[in-house]
Design a protein around this ligand. Structure first.
Ligand code: CAO
Length: 420
């Protein structure tokens, strides 16, 4: 019967390294690379893997021992594992030779340095953090560390558990919903179709935005009476023909003005690095309703365009979307999005932020409203707007100011305010 000695490997300059965990028991059958013990130095901790497979005969160390290169960890009956396999095939075969050999760690392949991550893929973490992981039932090997070279902290473990709970809950809720439901066909005639590709792609993005971003929506009404009189009076100077420009072109220009004053709305946040990116460009996204589903292309550098040019671009870009001829890149790199249902109807709604943007403006259909001005009741044209914003970066007061700014840009002095 062959007895194999597993020794503490070469640990570079480290001396008297403490054993903080013994991960195996005498009599246990282990495989090559199974973790045997965890060593902890003042710099890091690491698990020492087995260099052989077999059944553990005797463990020569215990928790708290300080070890150095070459110290005996345990002796292993390297052949009993093989024997067990052989017995299954044939009980006749006998092992005749008994050999005792000392297995030295091979260099450099099997050197187990006291470094953040061992070659067996074990994770670096302090004993306190490892204890915490054990207490909460988390497997430290499955947790990605946020520290230098992947060292795992208590916060990483908490985040890992929180993420897992959230995804498990979402999964369970979804499963529950479908499990509890009756088959639709039980209630009458139905037709089952594939979800269109665009909706399949945008769906998870919408779920993520709605569940991860703390949305707040501010509703407001903007008096656009003068702007509408002007818009409807637009005529070509040469032909005298009516120029069709929708309110959206004016609203877009007003949004750019407000973005210049409130740059938080033209930002993106990275919660991992705790950084805010302020965009110095003004690329406005538009929700476009197409037969294939909702698309959100961008119109670039809107601050350089007049109302007519914005209107032309809007028409051009939405046509490209509806004909599926738009370049994929045009769906990215936006400042803020406008979702206008004004051409269809309805007033207020809750638009969902299109990350990594932090705000979106919903626009409803303008309506006549009787208002009391200077003691007189008069009819004014009101535009309903709904501004959703990421409350992590934008405060309610700032959002209210943004809406007031939009109101001023589109109000009675609109022509002056919207001049390029
Ligand atoms: N109030 C009153 N009338 C409005 C208006 C408003 N807020 N916005 C547009 N209109 C009018 C226009 O002036 C136009 O009238 P005329 O035909 O008399 O000129 C008519 O409504 C149709 O406008 P439109 O919708 O074709 O054009 P637009 O520039 O307003 O919008 C686009 C362009 C691409 C945004 C739009 O076609 C579209 O796809 N909207 C849907 C967006 C959407 O689905 N959002 C929801 C996203 S969340 O699911």
């Amino acid at each position: 019967m062959a007895s194999t000695k597993i020794l503490v490997p070469d640990m570079g300059d480290f001396k008297d390294v403490e054993i903080i965990e013994v991960l195996v028991k005498e009599g246990q059958q282990i495989k090559k690379n199974d973790s045997l013990i965890t060593l902890e130095s003042d710099k890091s901790s690491v698990e020492v893997p087995s260099t052989h497979e077999g059944v553990i005969e005797k463990i020569n160390i215990k928790v708290g021992d300080k070890v150095n290169k070459g110290d005996l960890i345990l002796s292993l009956n390297a052949e009993s594992a093989t024997e067990k396999k052989k017995e299954v095939v044939s009980e006749q075969k006998k092992v005749e030779k008994t050999e005792i050999k000392e297995i030295k760690t091979q260099k450099p392949k099997e050197i187990i340095p006291i470094a953040p991550t061992s070659q067996s893929g074990s994770k670096s973490a302090s004993p306190k953090v490892r204890k915490f992981a054990r207490e909460v039932g988390a497997n430290i090997k499955n947790i990605s560390g946020s520290q230098r070279a992947g060292r795992v902290t208590e916060e990483d473990i908490k985040k890992h558990i929180k993420d897992k709970l959230t995804s498990d809950t979402v999964k369970k809720e979804t499963q529950k919903k479908y499990k509890d439901e009756y088959d639709h066909a039980e209630f009458g005639k139905v037709e089952v179709k594939d979800i269109p590709r665009v909706k399949r792609l945008s769906g998870p993005q919408l779920v993520r935005s709605w569940t991860e971003i703390p949305h707040v929506t501010q509703h407001d009404e903007i008096d656009i009476t003068e702007m509408e009189i002007f818009r409807k009076s637009l005529r070509d100077v040469f032909t005298g023909e009516k120029i069709a420009i929708t309110p959206l072109a004016f609203i877009t220009r007003a949004v750019v003005n407000a973005l210049k004053t409130y740059p938080n709305f033209n930002s993106s946040i990275d919660t991992e690095s705790n950084k805010i990116t302020y965009k110095k460009y003004f690329h406005i996204g538009f929700a476009v309703d197409t037969p294939h589903g909702l698309m959100v292309p961008k119109i670039r550098n809107v601050e350089t365009m007049g109302i007519k040019k914005i209107s032309d671009e809007l028409r051009k870009v939405s046509k490209l979307c509806r004909e599926l001829k738009i370049d994929k890149k045009e769906f990215f790199g936006g400042s803020m999005t406008i979702s206008s249902l004004g051409g269809i109807g309805g007033n207020f709604f809750t638009p969902i932020i299109n990350p990594p943007e932090v705000a979106i403006l919903g626009v409803g259909k303008a309506f006549d409203k009787i208002s009391r001005i200077d003691g007189k009741f008069i009819i004014r044209k009101m535009l309903p707007i709904s501004l959703s914003y990421d409350h992590r970066i934008i405060d309610g007061a700032e959002a209210a100011r943004f809406c007031v700014h939009l109101g001023q840009s589109l109000g009675e002095d609109f022509a002056f305010k919207l001049a390029v």
